[in-house]
Design a protein around this ligand. Structure first.
Ligand code: AHG
Ligand code: MN
Ligand code: MN
Length: 281
């Protein structure tokens, strides 16, 4: 019997040629909004439906939860998959990177980030890649147009010498303590901010540094969702030797009360996470 987690990952990989091939003609907005209240692109809905179909076809999957749908789709199985079907989908209009984020949990959702067994993302950039954290190791694969996956980095670890930073939200909306921290960071690192979390996180994984979307004056919970973005990406970065935080503690130590709960989100080299928590403390 094949490894059940491999079967989940293979199901996500099987959506890649269809999602990539379907982006060009799905740049329009749907009429509705997602459960977080964000506008939905046709591409968001398309990727979500593909993921539901392929993941529910895996015997081991007991539930599929998505940023794009209110409730969890339940079936017989063992593991629970949470997905952001298309992260950074607003980049479709400007033809910039975006991708799929996913986490495989050992417990029904919502649950602690410590219940993640695997997590990762597909990045639709100039090259289509998958970064996967599992069993204490992060690997990077290239996914070719026919959907074949070939590992190109066996053990991806955060560089020791950080280079880039990127923080979301409007600067006047940053709280004073955070703005003061950023003044120090911008004197040390160079700005990389693309509007797609996974594009920016992949920069941090490649060059070292920190990415974040802070709590704002008028939105203290921030923008990004704990279950669909925070947990998976924290699991990837911490597995790669970095750290994560909501400003106080690791995102993996947080358990959302509500499935679509938002959180301030920071990931990167532990030196910058430690300094952030000290600045916001
Ligand atoms: P999504 O497209 O899944 O809603 O995610 C978009 C998120 C995240 O990818 C990115 O870091 C952030 O929104 C960008 O927000 P701003 O447009 O406010 O910079
Ligand atoms: Mn997203
Ligand atoms: Mn999304």
């Amino acid at each position: 019997m094949s490894d059940p987690i491999d079967a989940v990952v293979d199901a996500v990989v099987s959506t890649v040629p269809d999602v990539r091939g379907g982006l060009a003609n799905r740049r329009s907005y749907e009429s509705g909004a997602n459960p977080s209240g964000d506008r939905q692109l046709a591409a968001d809905v398309y990727a979500d439906e593909l993921l539901e179909d392929r993941l529910l076809g895996v015997d081991a999957v007991a539930g599929y939860a998505s940023e794009e749908r209110e409730s969890i789709v339940r079936t017989e199985g063992r593991y629970y998959v949470a997905a952001d079907p298309l992260d950074g989908s607003s980049n479709l209009k400007s033809n910039n990177a975006m991708g799929t984020v996913f986490g495989v949990y050992d417990e029904p959702l919502p649950t602690s980030g410590r219940d993640l067994l695997a997590s990762g993302f597909v990045l639709y950039g100039p090259i289509t890649t998958m970064v996967l954290a599992r069993g204490g190791t992060v690997t990077e694969s290239v996914i070719d147009a026919d959907g074949t996956r070939r590992t190109v980095t066996e053990d991806l670890t955060l560089p020791e010498d950080p280079t880039v930073y990127g923080f979301g939200g409007r600067v006047p909306q940053w709280r004073d303590a955070f703005a003061g921290y950023v003044s120090a960071v911008e004197a040390e690192l160079k700005l990389r901010y693309s509007g797609a979390m996974i594009g920016d996180v992949n920069q941090v994984l490649t060059y070292g540094g920190i990415f974040g979307y802070p709590g704002l004056r008028d939105r203290p919970e921030g923008k990004l969702r704990l279950c669909f973005e925070g947990h998976p990406i924290a699991h990837v970065v911490e597995t790669a030797g970095g750290a994560s935080s909501n400003g106080e503690r690791s995102l993996l130590d947080l358990t959302p009360e509500r499935l679509h709960e938002r959180t301030p989100l920071f990931v990167g080299n532990d030196e910058y996470i430690d300094r952030l928590e000290a600045a916001l403390g």
